[in-house]
Design a protein around this ligand. Structure first.
Ligand SMILES: *Cc1c(COP(=O)(O)O)cnc(C)c1O
Length: 394
């Protein structure tokens, strides 16, 4: 077995199959994050091959030929020179995952889930999402020729809903929040079949997102950054980022884990609270950053264990700070990010004075600003006056 699942809690090992989602030796509790989240592990032969090839496909648990024909990942990482000067951070980078085909980092997870389903001849994929995971799965599924059923809460931004419909997904709108959509989607796949792509629950969602960390390593000229800022809702992106760097450590390609900052909206701060208290209490999430708005972070325990193990930190930012960071990012760099993605910069602004300012800092920019125009409109003023002649300009 070159690839296998390992339970992140009890370390039991399992063969990778599409039926297995979480370790069966742990009980799930309603209103609590998942227990027994499974991680993909690979043997030393795989690690050694990757060490020589540096080809990311070599450390993914699905052979390359199963991936759908759409260019996910390989997103740009670049130096925002105006922002570097403004913040006096000479080694700041933006990892622009808005450049993925459907406009968010979620494509990394959908890409691997889609390939995994194809490898097993599964044509139906079911997902609950506040927007990006759903529109992503719909787009990647369209490329793969898979049928995607999406459970989406009533409050999801319209652009993400329309995007999923454009891709031809079967969209079910839920009269309730993400947590209800999540439960309904699982019941649907139990009753009608289809593989669940629910974030955190399907282990391929974590594994797919690790590619962001591997690309950062490659784009920095084969080294790890000192600091990475990651917006956190369910805690799957951050777990994927840790997994990528852990794989690099395992292959002997880097020596130390970067300091990862988990950035949460103050109104959706379950993970930050758990960092302090040691356990999760459901919150009643409310934030302008819909992509990181969750009552119960599905991958909470796993993300928390990663943060504790590797000395990561949690930062809370207010909605105002998020919107100001969004505007600063757009207007100084040209990168227009949705509020959740702008939380990375908001988090950096909070800790800028307490970290090594010469360090290599990467902001993970996870989703495109066009996905939520209503939020982006809050801090800009639409000119009211319409003109017919240049003479009317003041
Ligand atoms: C999903 C998402 C996040 C948060 O990822 P989690 O895995 O839920 O922590 C952040 N930003 C954007 C744009 C997202 O779509």
């Amino acid at each position: 077995m070159r690839f296998r699942y390992v339970c992140s809690e009890c370390r039991r090992e399992f063969e990778i199959t599409p039926e297995l989602m979480v370790c069966p030796h742990h009980e799930q509790r309603p209103d609590r994050p998942l227990r027994g989240v499974l991680e993909v592990r690979f043997d030393d032969e795989v690690a050694q091959k990757f060490r020589r090839s540096l080809d990311i496909f070599d450390i993914l648990p699905v052979p390359r030929e199963f991936f759908p024909p759409i260019p996910v990942g390989n997103t740009p990482m670049w130096s925002p020179s105006n922002l570097r000067k403004k913040l006096e951070l000479p080694n700041l980078y933006l990892k622009d995952d808005t450049a993925n085909p459907t406009g968010s980092l979620k494509d990394r997870a959908s890409f691997l889930v889609s390939a995994f389903a194809r490898m097993h001849g599964i044509k139906d994929i079911v997902v609950a999402s506040t927007g990006n995971a759903g529109s992503s799965m719909a787009g990647i599924g369209a490329a793969a020729g898979q049928k995607v059923t999406l459970f989406i809460p009533a409050a999801a931004p319209k652009a993400k809903l329309i995007q999923a419909l454009q891709y031809g997904a079967h969209v079910v709108r839920v009269d309730g929040n993400y947590d209800l959509a999540y439960d309904l989607s699982l019941e649907y796949s139990r009753r009608f079949g289809g593989m669940s792509r629910n974030t955190g629950y399907n282990p391929m969602t974590i594994e797919g997102k690790k590619t962001a960390a591997i690309e950062i390593f490659l784009q920095l000229g084969r080294r790890a950054p000192n600091f990475v800022f990651v917006p956190v809702g369910d805690g799957v992106i951050i777990a994927g980022v840790y997994k990528g760097f852990a794989d690099l450590m395992g292959a002997g390609l880097i020596e130390t884990m970067p300091t990862v900052f988990a950035v949460q909206a103050r109104g959706s701060n379950a993970l930050c609270q758990a960092m302090e208290k040691g356990d999760f209490e459901p919150v009643s999430a409310q934030t302008v950053a819909d992509s990181i708005s969750v009552d119960v972070p599905r991958n909470g325990y796993h993300a928390l264990a990663n943060l504790k193990r590797y000395g990561g930190r949690c930062i809370e930012v207010t909605d105002d700070e998020i919107l100001e960071a969004q505007l600063m990012l757009s207007s100084t760099t040209g990168l227009f990010a949705e509020p959740a993605a702008s939380a990375s910069l908001a988090g950096l602004l909070k800790v800028r004075n307490s970290i090594d300012q010469k360090g290599t800092i990467v902001l993970l920019i996870t989703g495109n600003g066009l996905k939520d125009i209503a939020a982006a409109q809050k801090l800009v003023e639409l000119p009211q006056k319409l003109i017919k002649s240049i003479d009317e300009l003041e």
